[in-house]
Design a protein. Structure first.
Length: 262
């Protein structure tokens, strides 16, 4: 059984705990600063819990650090003495924290991997990218296997992590923004809110399935009758700067991810 520690039982850590414990393939130790969080996972999923990050590190071969970026440094300082063994690796899911910054807080030669997941992991439909330092490469297969429990995983050079963070890490929030705008627009045209919500949710869910089989352009062309309603909407949306706003948003998020690393 693989011994996996998770520091931070929040949105990302919690998704991992629920899916990994259900698989029965992992010996899990979870640490968090909140007693209520630990109780939830101890009672709900039968995992070992502790307030001590150091203990979570000692009890695991692979330690996943799932706290906010500004809490990563303190958590690593706490676990560093327990990471001397060559048989151990650290995985960080924190936005904007580079592998080099993690290495600096750990014993020399430590295996470090970086994963950027997204919140769709909560329903097992997440997407994640992974990169490793040289010693961490030996753990790539194991880490990909772990994150596959909560969705799709792709290896990506670390230099593209800020862009990936902007694209899929924050991605669910953009889709939610678009969904909310569509619902509001439907309500404005007189559709009852609950009906608008159901129509929009099913449309986004159905389109996500279609996108797995065909390109975005193909779907657009299938829906857009020349001279029809979709064509009219496209012209109006593009005149209002819809596509440019998406480019600007991704650029701003990429820059913000770079700033977090400073
Ligand atoms: N949420 C997303 O959509 C998403 C997507 C991609 C990547 N990420 C990355 O994933 C990481 C975790 O994000 P999240 O949204 O899952 O965070 P979260 O829900 O806030 O969970 C983190 C948990 O760890 C606790 N914690 C804070 N400092 C700690 C410490 N020193 N030791 C042990 N536990 C500690 C937090 O307590 P407090 O609440 O009191 O701080 C909280 O319970 C972040 O670095 C983020 O950049 C998140």
């Amino acid at each position: 059984m693989k011994r996996v520690g998770i520091i931070g039982a929040g949105k990302i850590g919690g998704s991992l705990i629920s899916r990994l414990s259900a698989s029965g393939d992992f010996d899990l130790t979870v640490s968090d600063i909140h007693e209520a969080q630990l109780k939830l996972f101890a009672e709900g999923y039968g995992v070992r819990t502790t307030h001590s990050n150091r203990e979570a590190a000692e009890e695991s071969d692979l330690l996943i650090v799932a706290v906010k970026p500004w809490d990563v440094g303190a958590a690593l300082d706490e676990v560093s003495p327990a990471m001397e063994s060559e048989e151990k690796a650290v995985v960080s899911v924190a936005a904007g924290v580079p592998i080099k910054a993690i290495e600096r807080r750990l014993p020399a030669g430590a295996a470090v991997l970086r994963v950027m997941p997204n919140v769709c992991a909560a329903v097992g439909l997440g997407s994640a990218v992974v990169a490793a330092n040289e010693p961490g490469e030996a753990y790539l297969r194991m880490v990909v296997g772990i994150f596959r429990h909560v969705g799709d995983v792709i290896e990506l050079p670390e230099r593209l992590f800020d862009a990936a963070t902007a694209l899929h890490g924050s991605g669910p929030a953009y889709v939610a923004l678009f969904a909310d705008a569509l619902i509001q627009a439907g309500v404005r045209e007189g559709i009852p809110r609950d009906v608008a919500r159901r129509l929009v949710n099913e449309t986004i869910g159905g389109t996500a399935v279609l996108l797995k089989e065909r390109s975005a352009h193909q779907i657009r062309d299938e829906v857009m009758t020349p001279g029809g309603t979709t064509a009219a909407a496209f012209v109006a949306m593009e005149k209002a700067g819809f596509v440019a706003a998406v480019y600007d948003g991704i650029e701003a998020a990429t820059e913000q991810s770079r700033r977090l690393a400073e």
